[in-house]
Write a protein that binds this ligand. Structure first.
Ligand code: FAD
Length: 436
């Protein structure tokens, strides 16, 4: 079924498959949203907030949330709320260009600069949107690949940012009689053709290896805030091998070059406190994913490495920190890691490995989230946002930018789809009146 022919506007925010016929309404503008992840839910909320449209939200899974539920690194934005609320503090004037530069660098020449600039510009509205859902944002951290502190995490998040955002978005839709949710409904076809490609994938370098199921295909990701707060990565001999704050792709590449393809993430209690992740670490510990050790010798014993090697490494790191010159290129040292100087200092250890985090290829969209056909023009009535889209980020996506993309383009898609649906119904009415 063609969206416009039966006055359905389709908003693809999951995968590019299609839309089922869903009880066509008489004259009410209607938007069908395929996919109830972060992008789809944002689109649904925005469509309802900005227009009196009817929303049909379709998801193939029995519950909403998609892979967005697994993300945990917060949202990178241009504006940070000073108190987790609306009283926003604008970053320095160079903030916009620096954010764009960081994202373009990660994209390695493959990003869509116009869309990226729009993403960064509109990121300034995201804290207010998140706040309007009743989600408070905490202090910003400097996530890997970002040259500035600009990644925010919901205060209440236990493991996942998105679990908090997703439940807030679901709550916003739940009481709305104009929103119908169809779970367990897989969209199988669209009478439209589109020529996106699935070119790139992006990795999380720090997915946790569960000692009881090391080969489990689905892994939890360590919040990158922990790296941002001063965690170090060690190889099997107890030596650092990469700048922990380098772009994720670089860290992942370095880790995959290790014989075991895994590393140990070592973080001490002050860094955990600084990252506000004590609850997260506790929950990991309860699941057997984290080991604790008191002081350097205990850390060496737990890792099975030579204490002298580890001590030398930690001391070298302290020197790098003091001088701001690290042989591995690290330039930001948020907290001091001084296990050898303070023998009683508590440390946390996790085995980590790179894991697939998402895809970066897919449908091409314009700044109104309209899906572009192979020849370049927009496909009438079809909008997309989130991971189904390609090209926005290019070769790699910085932490917090995929979530940002869902919020910015998801809302854009919802808004423009609702407008298109209203325009289509208005056109029908005018045609009918003319015929009468
Ligand atoms: C472990 C992990 C960590 C991540 N960490 C970060 C991070 O640090 N920072 C960041 O910015 N991003 C991160 N991401 C990526 C980010 O979370 C995702 O890109 C984003 O949440 C995708 O949202 P989405 O709504 O586009 O897709 P999803 O959340 O995947 O939602 C898609 C929905 O579409 C549904 N669907 C699919 N096919 C069909 C069909 N045929 N019919 C009906 N429904 C269908 C699915 O069931 C799903 O519910 C991470 C992702 C993972 C998995």
């Amino acid at each position: 079924m063609m969206p416009v022919a039966n006055r359905v506007v389709v908003c693809l925010v999951a995968v590019a498959l299609g839309v089922a016929e869903l009880a066509p309404g008489p004259r009410r503008p209607r938007v069908v949203i395929v996919g109830g992840g972060l992008a789809g839910l944002s689109a649904a909320v925005e469509a309802r907030r900005t227009s009196d449209v009817h929303v049909e939200l379709v998801d193939k899974e029995p519950c909403l949330g998609g892979s967005s539920r697994l993300a945990c690194d917060g949202i990178s934005v241009l504006v940070a709320p000073a108190d987790g609320g609306l009283s926003a503090r604008i970053w320095p004037a160079d903030g916009y260009e620096l954010f764009v530069e960081d994202a373009l660098r990660a994209g390695a020449g493959l990003a869509d600069e116009a869309l990226l600039r729009m993403l960064v510009r509109q990121s300034a509205n995201v804290p207010a949107f998140v706040h309007s859902l009743g989600v408070r944002l905490g202090a910003a951290v400097r996530a890997p690949g970002h040259c500035r502190t600009r990644t925010l995490r919901p205060v209440e998040a236990v493991h996942s940012t998105e679990r908090t955002l997703i439940s807030a978005l679901k709550d916003a839709l739940r009481a709305d009689p104009s929103v119908r949710v169809h779970t367990g409904v897989r969209v199988v076809d669209l009478l439209l053709r589109s020529d996106g490609s699935l070119a790139q994938v992006h990795f999380s370098p720090v997915a946790i290896v569960d000692p009881s199921a090391p080969d489990a295909p689905c892994k939890l990701e360590v919040p990158l805030d922990l790296c941002a707060a001063g965690a170090v990565l060690l190889d099997s001999s107890g030596r650092r091998f990469v700048d922990e704050l380098a772009p994720c792709a670089k860290v992942a590449e370095a880790m995959l070059a290790l014989p075991s393809r895994t590393a140990t993430l070592l973080v001490d209690a002050p860094a955990v406190q600084a990252a506000g992740l004590a609850n997260v670490l506790r929950s990991y510990e309860e699941r057997g994913l984290v080991r604790r050790a008191l002081g350097l010798d205990a850390v060496a014993r737990t890792l099975g490495v030579d204490p002298l090697v580890l001590e030398t490494e930690i001391e070298a790191y302290a020197v790098a920190q003091a001088w701001g010159v690290d042989p591995l290129g690290k330039t930001a040292f948020p907290t001091r890691l001084e296990l050898s100087a303070e023998p009683g200092r508590e440390a946390f250890l996790m085995s980590v490995t790179p894991a697939l985090r998402g895809t970066l290829g897919g449908l091409r969209i314009d700044e109104d989230a309209r899906v572009l056909a192979a020849r370049g023009g927009p496909i009438v009535g079809l909008f997309a946002a989130g991971e189904v889209c390609g090209g926005v980020h290019g070769a790699d996506c910085l932490p917090g930018n995929a979530v940002l993309e869902c919020l910015v383009f998801g809302r854009t898609a919802g808004r423009t789809a609702a407008l298109a649906a209203r325009a289509a119904v208005a056109f029908d009415r005018a045609t009918d009146d003319g015929e009468r």
